[in-house]
Design a protein around this ligand. Structure first.
Ligand code: ZN
Length: 148
C-alpha cells in the first residue's frame, strides 16, 4: 500500500491493483512459498488481472490431465508444488488466451512474473517459452535452483 492512502482498499481503488480471490488463495495452498511470494509480487506489478487456476496436483489429477491431452508429462512440477497455472481476467471475465489478442494478455502477465522473478531472485520458467507444448499460463520454479 502506498503511504498516501488511509486504507488498503482505497489504495487498491486508486492504483487499480488487483487482489487474489478466494479460489486463487485456495489454489496457492501447498505451493512452494517462494512461488507464492512471486505470484503476489507479479499481481502487484501487473496491469492485467489474473488468478491462480491450479497449483499443487495429486498424481491422479495429473494422470487425468495427461489422458485428456491437457498435459504431456506424469513428472509435472505441479505434483511437488513447484508450478502454478494462471488465468487472465478482463473485467472479471476469464479469458483463455486462444486468440492472438487474448494471448498477448498472457504474455503481459508473464512479463510481470519476469520482473518479480528478478526482484525476488527467484528463477522461473514460463510455459510460453516451450517449443513443443506451449503453455502460456504455466509458471514453474527453475529446476536448477529448486530441484524437486
Ligand atoms: Zn501448469
Amino acid at each position: 500500500m502506498l503511504a498516501r492512502f488511509r486504507s488498503h482498499s482505497q489504495c487498491l481503488r486508486f492504483c487499480r491493483m488487483f487482489e487474489f480471490g478466494k479460489q486463487s488463495e485456495k489454489n496457492l495452498l501447498g505451493v512452494h512459498p517462494d512461488l507464492v511470494s512471486l505470484c503476489r509480487r507479479a499481481l502487484e506489478i501487473t496491469n492485467v488481472d489474473f488468478g491462480i487456476l491450479c497449483g499443487l496436483r495429486t498424481p491422479e489429477e495429473q494422470a487425468d490431465l495427461v489422458r485428456k491431452g491437457a498435459s504431456k508429462t506424469y513428472n509435472s512440477r505441479h505434483l511437488t508444488g513447484h508450478a502454478i497455472d494462471f488465468g487472465v481476467y478482463v473485467e472479471g471475465k476469464y479469458i483463455n488466451g486462444d486468440t492472438p489478442g487474448e494471448y498477448r494478455l498472457y504474455e503481459l502477465v508473464a512479463d510481470a512474473f519476469a520482473v518479480a522473478s528478478l526482484e525476488l531472485k527467484t528463477p522461473i520458467v514460463w510455459g510460453g517459452e516451450w517449443k513443443h507444448f506451449k503453455d502460456g499460463g504455466h509458471i514453474e520454479l527453475s529446476r536448477r535452483k529448486y530441484p524437486a
